[in-house]
Ligand binder design. Structure first.
Ligand code: AHG
Ligand code: MN
Ligand code: MN
Ligand code: MN
Length: 328
């Protein structure tokens, strides 16, 4: 074979999703949940291409406009969880109340999801995604992000990927959706190196949060590279999945979404922040709400919101020190 055949061939061959998960966990119920969610992500990725983004004239309890495409993704995920037969309760950004999915409490799971993160940028054709976290049994409150047995996101961009982690198996793993509809394992991440990318969410908070302004000024002065789309899934994805195969781009950095007196927290702990926290930390990265890992925050209400940063170790230390004068 020609040495440079990789220029024209597809991503390297690896395990199918089912082969991988069956090796990674003996838990048949968890395998079912992760496989069924994979089916839903695949369907959403096709639907997102053409589905209407028209407003449904509704707002969810977070005050977001609910788009037709949000509701479509939401329905597909609830259906997939019912079909898995191992989901006790499910709950989503669009329906933040526990829905009984009919699965068992003992040996079953409860799942929280953001059906479509970045739905407002679908029409601009930026990457968007689905985020979900899986907790054992029937509790989604009074638990922590660290209690998740699995977390994942679907990324719908030029490539469709299913990025997942299982609590008891090392690393965060990327699966690529192939033309024939199968998910193939293409990458695992267990370590994150330092770099100079910054992805500053809620930048408007710098107007009345001088410490956040100071942090941003630091990135500018130190000539960090801006990488921000307004979709947390692609923005956080780049922190640990940016490099592929031989082309290892070692640059990493930090994603921030900081609040201020006039700009309250938007990101939801249960549906978005905790699942991405597990993905980032299992990939060797760090997360923080300014004081502690987002995985150590107790989820008190289903609709709790928080500020957050995800990134490499030194970046998270800088984040905490700049905002609160000390790092844990
Ligand atoms: P969602 O589309 O699920 O409601 O969440 C979008 C989030 C997140 O992806 C992003 O980081 C943030 O909203 C951006 O918010 P603003 O555009 O309001 O700054
Ligand atoms: Mn929303
Ligand atoms: Mn979201
Ligand atoms: Mn959403």
């Amino acid at each position: 074979k020609a040495k440079n055949s990789s220029l024209v061939t597809r991503c390297e061959i690896g395990d199918s999703l089912e082969e991988f998960i069956s090796k990674a966990t003996p838990d048949k119920g968890l395998i079912r949940v992760m496989m069924c969610m994979g089916e839903a992500l695949r369907t959403i990725s096709f639907k997102v291409r053409t589905a209407s983004c028209g407003g449904t004239a509704c707002v969810n309890s977070f005050g977001d406009e609910q788009l037709a495409v949000d509701m479509l993704a939401d329905k597909l995920l609830f259906e997939a969880l019912t079909y898995s037969h191992f989901c006790k309760y499910a709950c989503s950004e669009e329906v933040p109340e526990l829905q009984d999915m009919g699965g068992p409490t003992e040996g079953g799971f409860s799942v929280a999801f953001d059906p479509l993160d970045g739905s407002s940028i679908v029409d601009t054709n930026f990457s968007v995604g689905t985020i979900f976290g899986v907790w054992p049994g029937d509790k989604l409150t009074g638990v922590k992000g660290r209690d998740q047995v699995a977390a994942a996101m679907g990324v719908y961009g030029p490539r469709t990927t299913y990025v997942l982690t299982l609590k008891d198996y090392p690393g965060t793993h990327e699966f690529l959706l192939l033309d024939e509809g199968k998910w193939q394992h293409v990458k695992e991440t267990t370590e994150i190196s330092e770099g100079k990318l910054f992805s500053p969410g809620n930048l408007r908070a710098t107007s009345d949060n001088p410490d956040y302004a100071k942090l941003i000024n630091y990135y500018v002065k130190e000539k960090y590279t801006l990488r921000y789309t307004g979709g947390m899934v692609p923005d956080v994805n780049q922190e640990f999945i940016i490099h592929h195969r031989q082309l290892i781009v070692k640059e990493k950095g930090i994603f921030t979404n900081v609040i201020s007196p006039s700009s309250k927290a938007k990101l939801r702990l249960l549906f978005e922040v905790a699942p991405l926290g597990l993905l980032v930390e299992k990939a060797g990265g760090y997360s923080s709400d300014g004081h502690q890992s987002v995985l150590d925050k107790e989820i008190i209400n289903l609709d709790d919101r928080t500020q957050v940063a995800y990134g490499s170790k030194n970046e998270i230390i800088r984040f905490e020190e700049t905002l609160y004068g000390k790092s844990r």
